[in-house]
Design a protein around this ligand. Structure first.
Ligand code: LLP
Length: 387
């Protein structure tokens, strides 16, 4: 990882901060763009994963669109130069203000998540004298085999339109004069490493697509969401996810007929491995049962994933050393879940040593909070580091 190779140059920065490897980001984007364009697929970057403008600048330069989940995310995409026509907007709860703003911007499509939302968007569009493109986000009821907090496409999740509602939508459609239903949208979950999940998704999409066609719907566009996972256990061994394998699954299993545009919404797989959270050791101590504890100056306010999903990010002591010790690595926040690792063997940690929490480019800085009145973490970009 980058931090280890430039550890001396990081010592002067105020910790904790995110370090972004821009070269790795570019190589990841190149792989994603090459493998998707092989089949004419279009990729929207799920901006929720990381909305840092410097990161977005790189992503834009590779021609990806944006998948947004709030009005402010749509705005950030536009402010960072993404054409509105390359922006899609999903989300179970869009406010009237967010809907109006996105209609004004003329984004590519709203991914609509309920009958009720379709009704509301039609009304707002009528009020504004506009016709709006929407895709129906259908809940495909596919098990993503991932953590339950990041599973979105199962029968009783809050996301998407249940297929039991589709008849009702079809009956109502002729009365919605201000929306044009251009396609279908799906998203089953995140951090999916078993590619057979995507094959299963394709089967469901094929079935639903055929069902819609039989019911008289003609769509030009399908959006199959995101979810491709990254290797948290071995980021050095697999810094770039298997985009070739991922897109090939869709090529092999998705059968929608000619002329249908296929779009994706990838977040974690684009930015996950290019970011590390750099933190400094503050204190160490020993528990009553003899366990060594190292307290670092980062916490769940900079990287929430371990506390929220019991996620494990690989950790490295950037100062190295031969003598090793087994640690509990704790953050500074007054919550017992604010633990980055247990039973982790590392070169002995001393006050002031820098540690890297790896694979933190996605859902790291983006989920940071000011709980305990912490400052938000800073960012350092590899291409802007001076010698
Ligand atoms: N499309 C939709 C509709 C989504 O809800 C998401 C993620 C994506 C695309 C992008 O998924 P990705 O390619 O990044 O897996 N905070 C959690 C992840 C939440 C994902 C939410 N939706 C985490 O840190 O693991």
């Amino acid at each position: 990882m980058l931090s280890k190779t430039i550890a001396d140059r990081l010592k002067g920065f105020e910790t904790p901060f995110y370090l972004y490897d821009i070269d790795l980001l570019r190589r990841t984007l190149r792989a994603c763009a090459d493998e998707s364009s092989r089949y004419g697929y279009r990729v929207h970057y799920a901006i929720k994963a990381n909305y840092d403008p410097r990161i977005l600048e790189e992503i834009r330069s590779f021609g990806l669109g944006i998948d947004a989940v709030s009005g402010n995310e749509v705005r950030r995409g536009i402010e960072c130069g993404f054409p509105a026509r390359d922006i899609v907007y999903a989300g179970v709860g869009k406010s009237d203000k967010e809907i109006r703003y996105s209609i004004e911007q003329d984004i590519f499509a709203f991914n609509c998540e309920s009958f009720h939302e379709l009704e509301i968007i039609d009304g707002i569009a009528a009020d504004m004298g506009r016709k709006v493109r929407v895709a129906l986000r259908i809940n495909p009821d596919v098990d993503p085999k991932t953590h339950k907090y990041i599973s979105t496409g199962q029968a009783d999740s809050k996301f998407g339109i249940s297929y039991t509602e589709i008849d009702r939508i079809r009956e109502r459609m002729p009365q919605w004069k201000n929306i044009e239903i251009v396609g279908l949208h799906f998203h089953v979950g995140s951090q999916i490493v078993d590619l057979s999940v995507f094959a299963k998704l394709c089967e469901r999409v094929n079935e639903l697509w055929a069902w819609f066609a039989d019911s008289g719907f003609r769509f030009s566009y399908v959006n199959v969401g995101g979810g491709l996972g990254i290797n948290y256990g071995d980021p050095e061994g697999e810094p770039i996810p298997d985009f070739a394998g991922y897109f090939a699954v869709f090529r092999e299993h998705l059968h929608l007929g000619p002329g249908v545009e296929v779009h994706f919404e990838l977040g974690r797989s684009i930015v996950g491995q290019c970011g590390e959270l750099i933190s400094r050791v503050l204190f160490h101590k020993t528990t009553a049962s003899g366990k060594r504890v190292a307290i670092v100056d980062a916490s769940m306010t900079e990287l929430l994933r371990p506390a929220l999903y019991q996620a494990r990010h690989a950790i490295e002591n950037l100062s190295g050393g031969d003598k090793r010790e087994t640690y509990i690595i704790g953050g500074t926040v007054c919550e017992s879940s604010d633990i980055f690792a247990r039973d982790l063997e590392l070169p002995v940690l001393h006050r002031g040593d820098l540690v890297s929490l790896k694979s933190a480019g996605a859902y790291g800085a983006a989920m940071a909070s000011t709980y305990n009145l912490h400052d938000l973490p800073g960012a350092v970009y590899s291409d802007r580091l001076t010698e």
